[in-house]
Design a protein around this ligand. Structure first.
Ligand SMILES: C[S@@+](CC[C@H](N)C(=O)[O-])C[C@H]1O[C@@H](n2cnc3c(N)ncnc32)[C@H](O)[C@@H]1O
Length: 260
């Protein structure tokens, strides 16, 4: 498997540096950690759990347009929904975390890059007044995602079909402010930096951006390192699998590692 040695090395570094709330001096981060990472009560989301079970057992095949890591191409092939679920859908733990993030930070406008089967968008939209706009390049995958959102009665999600390059500038022109973005597609250096640079003009001091798979490959780690060193970022939080960046003023620039 590619990049295994690299992932072990970055994981050991993460384990060495990761702290919980007791390692945090900032009151904002202390409260944030407690609410989003170690909540006293965890919701169980039965509707999404039952959807997960159906997807896991769904042996139907669909023709997918595969964007691959670099997403520059497109070869079409057939894939079982159960396999798509197992290989790329968000974990229960990470999905529930996204939901807590939305509950705590109360973003109004959420942008997602990489809808897939619609699970991460479902977690972000559940029990929330947020509007989620989610972009997906594969039309058949997007169709399944929209069906899933209908099953969950989630009218606050809009799935837009097309490549990020084709869609993102236009979609962003219709959004006043991106309060939260979850970037989970096109895991290449150039694609990740391009996505960040497109979204940046629509962020405010209260925005949070989440990048997935920041330690998936040396290119993704470099993209993450380059993004968090930019002057507009006040602090970043590395959770190994994904990372969060904030633009809050009056906070010392720092790269935190949080136990997840
Ligand atoms: C890892 S999956 C997203 C998983 C989803 N966020 C979830 O957690 O349930 C990535 C998705 O992004 C889509 N994708 C990747 N690169 C893309 C691009 N450049 N344009 C449009 N879609 C892209 C893929 O088709 C795939 O469905």
């Amino acid at each position: 498997m590619k990049h295994v040695g690299f992932r072990i090395k970055t994981y050991l570094e993460y384990r060495r540096r990761a702290v919980n709330q007791y390692g945090l001096h900032s009151p904002f981060l202390f409260e944030f950690y407690k609410a989003c990472f170690r909540p006293s009560y965890k919701h169980s989301f039965p509707s999404i759990l039952s959807l997960r079970k159906k997807l896991r057992n769904n042996r139907n095949e669909i023709l997918i347009t595969d964007f691959g890591a670099g997403s520059l191409v497109s070869k079409s092939n057939s894939r079982k929904i159960s396999e798509m679920y197992t290989s790329a859908a968000i974990s229960k733990k990470q999905g529930e975390f996204l939901n807590r993030l939305v509950t705590y930070l109360k973003p109004y406008s959420i942008l997602e890059l990489g809808t897939h089967l619609g699970l991460s968008s479902a977690y972000m939209a559940l029990n929330s007044t947020a509007r989620v706009t989610s972009l997906e390049g594969c039309p058949n995958t997007a169709e399944i995602a929209s069906q899933n959102h209908s099953i969950l009665n989630q009218e606050n999600i809009s799935v837009q079909v097309g490549s990020f390059h084709e869609l993102l500038p236009n979609v962003l022109s219709t959004i006043e402010n991106v309060d939260m973005a979850y970037v989970d597609g096109n895991h290449s250096y150039d694609g990740t930096i391009w996505n960040y640079e497109q979204i940046l003009p629509k962020t405010s001091e209260d925005s949070v951006l989440i990048f997935d798979d920041i330690n998936w490959s040396p290119d993704m780690k470099k993209a993450w390192d380059d993004i968090i060193s930019k002057p507009e970022i006040s602090f970043s939080i590395n959770c190994y699998k994904f990372g969060l960046i904030f633009f809050r003023k009056g906070v010392e620039k720092q790269d935190f590692y949080f136990k997840f």
